[in-house]
Design a protein. Sequence first.
Lengths: 305, 334
Amino acid sequence: MTLQKIALAPLAYYWSKADTLSFYADALDWPVDIVYLGEVVCSRRHEMKHDDWFALAAELRAAGKEVVLSSQILIDSESDRRSMHRLIERACAQGLQIEANDLSAVRTMQQVQQPFVAGPHLNIYHADTLSWFHGLGASRFLPPAEMSGADLALLQQSRPPGMQTEVQVWGRMALAFSARCFTARHYRLKKDSCEFRCDAHPDGLLLSARDGRQFLNLNGIQTQSAACTDLSAQLPQLLAMQVEVLRIAPQSENTAAVVAAFDLARRTLAGALIPASIYPARSEPCNGYWFGVPGMLLEPEVTNA
Amino acid sequence: MRKIDLVAPAGSLVALKAAIDKGADAVYLGLKNATNARNFGGLNFGDADIHAGVEYAHSRGRKVLFAINTYPQAGAVAQWRSAIDSAVRMGADAVILADPGLLAYARDSHPELRLHLSVQGSATTIDAIELMREQFHISRAVLPRVLTLPEIEKIIKQTSVEIEVFGFGSLCVMAEGRCLLSSYVTGDSPNNRGVCSPAHAIQWQETDRSLYARLGGTLIDIYAPGEPAGYPTLCKGRFEVGGELDYALEEPASLNTIGLLPRLMEIGISALKIEGRQRSPAYVGQVVATLRAALDAAARDPGRYAPRQEWMSTLAKHSEGAQVTQGAFERPWK
């Protein structure tokens, strides 16, 4: 039986160039098979330019990693659209893969007739839509975060030939995107003069509900879950339903330990044992979406409810 | 300069008639199930009401658009396909769809049917809109509320697809079709069930003179005595960030484009949509009448157009949180 692959999701946060490069330098030695690179949240972030991402891509590829460049998720201006075109053109010229994260990137990939990864925000909920994306060139896809395990199992049964499936098994989930920047809003700054305050929040800016519980996580124009998806206990099921790739979201600390835990789990074909110490700062685990209940819940709570 | 169609919400037959009587060019409606993005209790159309509504609109030369704009869930596509077939049978002038799989079905099964890409389809660029035109021959796209007017103008110049924008009503601060906040808390989202912050997940509690609003068990706001409490939509709650309590995502406010109408005509907008199938027939009638008068005035003499005081006060009455904004079109936060 082929071992499931481990993928590092594109970095969602705004780290300094030094921190970013140091993170990926470490990742060279981790048992990850696929690395997604690029800025997917906000085009104002400029620590890593296209040149830097492509240099990193070359380095990771030379070390034997499969590298995928990820396109921006919400494109709301002509300049961002052009930047996406430049990214794709350059990636294709270098034989690098693309994760298309919106319909504009999908069209661009169709035009250049290159296979692509259909990202998790393309709303692929059922077989007809999956086969439409397949027809445009998608060779791997990620289901929406809110899809249940039961629905994914159904979808897997009607997968087009050659299509691979990747599921986020670890990390805070991207729940929403806006034209507005919530980090700038928190600092009473305008988006276009945000002073790049995201750089002070390497794992996002936590938002609590009125009862004090950590609830959401602000990351510029993106809103994430405060809780950390943990599908380690579902690995045997993911394997049984032929999910080929397990996606782990980078966090500022302990990503190596997370990768190690999932690496062990995929080799032993058992659920991973996750020590509480490796969750992102101040987060709790959740897996509700998998069970078709609110995403923020954790399964034991569900069965007791 | 082109004429802008006024597209009004119809959550019921009474609202549909109010919209037509007050001058809407088209109404949009949904069936009583999860195939549309306002799948609320007591709302939407059964077969008899649809027949009556379509007859009422068509006999007055107006159009009826069927919103089938949620995402079919795995293994359940039959219900969505059947909604499209029903729409055709009942005389739909167009269907409003978001999901590519459904768009493919509609194009193949009903080649003559006019297709509108829903705001839930998340097409924010010329590439995305052209992809949907090339693939499905869509006639119109409804733009997500994330674009400025200059960006919209650039899109219109590059496509033959008609462009519809939101003109009035409650605002989604998040890009439509890509927001899972509601399912994170309640299990149900606009994409998977056609709802946001659904009523079944809301719990009100009055204690020590304060009013507590919980959604799926999460406390999303506390209202002081006498403080007006709106519908507890998740993104419009007050939360704590870095020790500060605030509307961290969005203050309750309504979109109002009445001051922008000549500009919308100038850049070539085809249709202006009023949000609110969940709102009352009185809301629909008054907002339609006001925007009808404003659109007609702007069309007659765009150079001298200015919103009248009585229009502003009528619309203010129907605004959420008693605040109005021109939203992404002008980006006050930019």
